[in-house]
Design a protein around this ligand. Structure first.
Ligand SMILES: N[C@@H](CCC(=O)N[C@@H](CS)C(=O)NCC(=O)O)C(=O)O
Length: 285
């Protein structure tokens, strides 16, 4: 008789048995603060609490692009170590009850009133609208941009993130589960890259000739697929998923990588550079 899967009587029975792999220590079934600790705060009007992951990079690229185009804008960046549980400190949870980076506080310089911001898409739209940058004036183009931004938040990020979990972080002895997850989310990742690639056929940017928030928000997860995930043997996800076939998307990424603000934004709160160079590493180059 073939063994078939049935749910355990309660999910709690699986917590002990099936947890493991990178980051499993931060998984939990409830929300809220675990420790009482306030957040560091600098002098700038905008305080960014983040980490150089694709979700964090969307916001820091936007911030650097705003600065690059001369907007009167500055921000302090604070490194949130999600592996050590910084996202569960009370100061962080007060800003973001969902305990995820990126989060942000925008303080009105006159009234000193704080606006708390979380969810990378919400943060990006808030600042792009506030400074009237990177959002097309034309209604049809703006609607197209919104389609792509919601696609990013609802599909590209979450699905590629699941692929990354099974490819990069899941326990090494969960062979069947990893194969299943890698197949399911890897195929979906390929489909999403194909969607992006087709949108970019014959275009410089997502909307055509106009650079927009859509380019800022769609780049980091595509870059992660191409460059950042590795399986335990060191096989890169770009090679595994044959990303060389997404020629339009690769050309678009190359174009964006020429932008100095993109390069700075990608490095804000980076894991790799934080210890040595702080949250804005280029300041120490
Ligand atoms: N939809 C959220 C996703 C944010 C998210 O998942 N952030 C991850 C890092 S990329 C995180 O903070 N993880 C901490 C945890 O899982 O406890 C956004 O776009 O801001």
């Amino acid at each position: 008789m073939i063994d078939t899967w049935n749910a355990a009587k309660k999910i709690e029975l699986l917590y002990e048995k099936k947890s493991g792999g990178t980051f499993s220590n931060i998984n939990r079934p409830t929300s809220g603060a675990l420790v009482t600790e306030s957040l560091a705060r600098g002098d700038a009007d905008v305080q960014l609490y983040s980490l150089g992951t694709p979700n964090g990079q969307k916001v820091s690229i936007l911030f650097e692009e705003l600065i690059e185009c001369g907007v009167d804008f500055n921000y302090d960046a604070h490194f949130i170590n999600i592996a050590e549980g910084d996202q569960f400190k009370s100061g962080f949870v007060d800003i973001n009850p969902n305990s995820r980076i990126p989060s942000c506080v925008d303080t009105d310089p006159n009234t000193k009133e704080d606006i708390n911001l979380f969810e990378s898409g919400s943060i990006c739209l808030y600042f792009a609208e506030k400074f009237d940058k990177f959002i097309p004036r034309d209604g049809k183009l703006k609607a197209t941009m919104m389609n792509w931004i919601f696609w990013q938040m609802g599909s590209q990020g979450p699905m590629i993130g699941q692929f990354g979990h099974f490819y990069n972080y899941a326990p090494e002895d969960e062979i069947a589960a990893r194969d299943y997850g890698v197949m399911r989310y890897g195929m979906e990742t390929q489909r999403l890259c194909d969607v992006l690639d087709k949108q970019l056929a014959g275009k410089k940017y997502i909307l055509g000739d106009e650079f927009s928030l859509a380019d800022i928000m769609l780049y980091p997860w595509f870059n992660t697929v191409v460059n950042n995930y590795t399986d335990p043997s060191g096989l890169n996800s770009g090679e595994f998923l044959s990303v060389e076939k997404y020629k339009n998307a690769l050309a678009w990424a190359e174009e964006l990588e020429k932008r100095p603000a993109f390069n700075r934004g990608m490095r804000v709160c980076s894991w790799l550079e934080f210890e040595e160079k702080g949250t804005k590493p280029w300041l120490k180059d």
